[in-house]
Design a binder for this molecule. Structure first.
Ligand code: ATP
Ligand code: PH2
Length: 186
């Protein structure tokens, strides 16, 4: 899979649309987190013009940032899309809102958080920064991502297989007993 806008899709009107690689990080530490992640993957699979390529195993992870909160369940989704990065961010926020996500505390507990890790190229704007500025230092992103995309890279930081050597992975435990059914929609 290419990282950037090198693959092209032609829509029904004949317009050429670049296909970008998309990486999303999903996390939950409130409510029935396994069921929430399952449903969130289904919402993503139903998103027009976004095709899921793979869903990682689920990991139970120690909280990063605010430490006084429950462990998270995390997974990573790799997809391909012709959507604009801001459209993907809006879609992620809309899916979060289905689960009553509130933003009372930065890095605090949440039913569902969807971070946009990358959408093809690098972007730095008021509303969006890509790649996600903290992804390269987060074991809860790198470990599941590596499982499904061993050649993955974060622009400006390098291959995830190398970045992982510099992060503490001790708080990240694979939960093979939690299976996300990724068969619906792709
Ligand atoms: N790549 C990105 N992914 C997600 N949100 C982003 C991104 N770039 C900018 N944002 C903006 O940053 C805000 C992130 O808010 P949010 O409450 O999700 O942060 P957080 O998940 O607590 O912390 P972190 O950003 O460290 O993961 C959102 O309002 C969103 O518009
Ligand atoms: N383990 C873990 N810690 C976090 C997470 C998360 O998904 N997993 N999300 C955060 C805000 O994006 C802050 N801290």
């Amino acid at each position: 899979m290419s990282n950037g806008p090198f693959d092209i899709d032609v829509d029904t009107l004949g317009n050429l649309r670049p296909i970008s690689k998309v990486v999303l990080s999903l996390g939950s530490n409130m409510g029935d987190s396994a069921a929430i992640l399952q449903e969130a993957v289904e919402y993503l699979a139903e998103t027009p013009d976004l095709m899921i390529v793979d869903v990682s195993p689920v990991y139970q992870t120690k909280p990063v940032g605010v430490l006084e909160q429950d462990d998270f369940l995390n997974l990573v989704v790799v997809a391909e899309s012709t959507l604009e990065p801001l459209t993907i961010l809006d879609r992620a926020a809309a899916i979060e809102e289905n689960f009553g996500r509130t933003r009372e505390l930065r890095h605090g507990p949440r039913t569902l958080d969807i971070d946009v890790i990358m959408v093809g190229k690098r972007i730095s704007e008021d509303d969006i920064e890509l790649p996600h500025p903290r992804a390269h230092e987060r074991a809860f992103v790198l470990v599941p991502w590596l499982d499904i995309d061993p050649n993955g890279e974060i622009a400006g930081h390098g291959p995830i297989a190398e970045l992982i050597d510099d992060v503490d992975v001790s708080g990240v435990l694979r939960r093979d007993d939690i299976v996300i059914d990724a068969s619906t929609g792709f």
